[in-house]
Write a protein that binds this ligand. Structure first.
Ligand code: MG
Length: 159
């Protein structure tokens, strides 16, 4: 069996007047993430991890933020297209392990919804999608609620 491992990381600023999309779920909050797309930092990190596993470049290469086609786009569409690339190379996903770093709001109540949203797109079981969250104990730009970060690792298996 042939396996490939990948990792991804993404950062977005937080600002008032924006929606907060994380893991494909709209989360009620006073601030949202700033970006060309819906700025879903977790889905972006997972896309980059999948692309990295297959040495296919990064999300900015495939979905440039200078392209108006991606203005305000739902990142679940980017996840779907990235997954189609993975499938076109003959691979499927074994598991995802990810971490969100943000000070607020608490993410735990939304994790199941995020797992379900991703599982449907990626042909996976929710039991194979790990989503963890941590604050930074009020340290740094994350602790000041100026930004949000996500990291992700994926394992792919040749089908
Ligand atoms: Mg991003």
């Amino acid at each position: 069996m042939s396996y490939r491992i990948g990792q991804g990381i993404d950062f977005h600023q937080l600002a008032e007047g924006r929606e907060l999309w994380l893991g494909g779920v709209l989360i009620p909050h006073s601030k949202g993430a700033v970006g060309h797309s819906d700025a879903d930092v977790l889905l972006h990190a997972i896309c980059d991890a999948m692309l990295g596993a297959l040495c296919l470049g990064d999300i900015g290469l495939h979905f440039p933020d200078t392209d108006m086609a991606y203005k305000g786009i739902d990142s679940k569409i980017l996840l779907q297209r990235t997954y189609e690339l993975v499938r076109s190379k003959g691979y499927g996903l074994v598991n995802i392990d990810s971490t969100l770093l943000l000070q607020a709001p608490k993410i735990k109540p939304y994790i199941t919804q995020m797992q379900v949203a991703m599982a449907q797109i990626l042909d996976m079981s929710v039991d194979d999608i790990s989503i963890k969250a941590t604050t930074t104990e009020h340290l740094s730009f994350i602790g000041r609620e100026e930004g949000v970060v996500a990291t992700a690792n994926v394992l792919l298996q040749k089908q």
